[in-house]
Design a protein around this ligand. Structure first.
Ligand SMILES: NC(=O)c1ccc[n+]([C@@H]2O[C@H](COP(=O)([O-])OP(=O)(O)OC[C@H]3O[C@@H](n4cnc5c(N)ncnc54)[C@H](OP(=O)(O)O)[C@@H]3O)[C@@H](O)[C@H]2O)c1
Length: 290
């Protein structure tokens, strides 16, 4: 098992020669674009290089500004970043995939993506309305496209050289198996909610067999109740090791072979999240002042 102090540097190989993905990723699901830009800059300054974005987060432009300003200031090189973004449900029809991809690249100010994921397996009615609903408030799905048809359009992005790897998000094991069996280019990454309350062992076993990286979101439990970071077992391990509960939970994710995402809008949060030697207390006043 890797020493916990080295986990922050861990990289995991991706399928079809797409290089490696840093195990530690910063998520950009932040509602306010100004807060997004600030959070991305803070995350860059403390060493995050893997960023998870999405067309649906409506803030790719703010993320792109943070990247381009850091690159212009010579504090960052594009090749050091691992940038993922996701195709939204209203763009599943194959003819909509490339334009959606190009728009995301334009907003993010990048000319290629390290990973492009299908955000969910559900196709919504195509159009500008991101969350189309009928008069009863029910979601309007698109019955005229299948997931494998969308997947084929993502395969073309890899073949065109604009996208290094492709994957799925929010999928079940059964859906993943369907795509693996039907694909020319297998998914390199599967992004799902996963943490000690939702370990997804069966999905992880399958991903390991197939060489697919499981990328966990909500890896700190997303402040859900009961609070994962206050679980007595996590708290006892943290106390014994002199780490924060967040560091214990993230080390668990990396040591079982997954990559993971976490997010903070608090400029000190990214530092608290670091799985390196740090203050043994959660949210202590000494850390808060560093
Ligand atoms: N594919 C999908 O459908 C999907 C769905 C959800 C999320 N995601 C991705 O996954 C990313 C992460 O998800 P998430 O936000 O749910 O993750 P999370 O890390 O479980 O939850 C983030 C929350 O934890 C707090 N936090 C951060 N660092 C902390 C620390 N060291 N100690 C204590 N609390 C801490 C943050 O509060 P502060 O801001 O106050 O620090 C924030 O409220 C998202 O940004 C997004 O990119 C993907």
């Amino acid at each position: 098992m890797e020493a916990s102090d080295m986990l922050r540097y861990k990289k995991i190989p991706l399928l079809h020669g797409a290089g490696t993905i840093p195990a530690v990723g910063f998520g950009t699901l932040i509602p306010d674009p100004i807060a997004t830009k600030q959070a991305v800059k803070s995350a860059l300054s403390v060493g995050f290089r893997h960023f998870d974005c999405a067309e649906r987060y409506l803030n790719e432009g703010a993320v792109g500004e943070a990247f381009s300003e850091s690159i212009a200031a010579a504090t960052l090189r594009r090749e050091d970043l691992f940038v993922t973004t996701k195709l939204w449900n209203t763009n599943h029809r194959p003819e909509r995939v490339k334009p959606a991809f190009e728009e995301s690249c334009r907003r993010l100010q990048v000319d290629y993506l390290d990973a492009y994921l299908i955000h969910t397996p559900y196709a919504f009615r195509p159009g500008e309305e991101k969350d189309p609903r009928d008069e009863q408030g029910q979601v309007i799905y698109d019955p005229d496209v299948t997931l494998i048809e969308t997947w084929r359009a993502l395969e073309e992005l890899v073949e065109s050289g604009r996208c290094r790897s492709i994957g799925l998000s929010d999928v079940t094991l059964d859906k993943l198996k369907e795509i693996v069996e039907a694909s020319r280019i297998k998914p390199a990454i599967v992004q799902v909610e996963s943490h000690p309350y939702l370990p997804e062992w069966e999905l992880l076993d399958y991903c390991r067999q197939q060489g697919i990286v499981l990328l966990a979101f909500a890896s700190l439990g997303h402040k859900m109740v009961p609070n994962l970071l206050e679980h007595p077992v996590i708290a006892a391990i943290a106390e014994r090791l002199g780490k924060t509960p967040a560091q214990v939970v993230l080390a668990w994710a990396a040591q079982r072979g997954t990559a993971f995402l976490t997010t903070s809008v608090n400029p000190r949060g990214s530092r608290r999240t670091s799985i390196s030697p740090a203050c043994p207390r959660t949210r202590c006043s000494r850390c808060a002042s560093t």
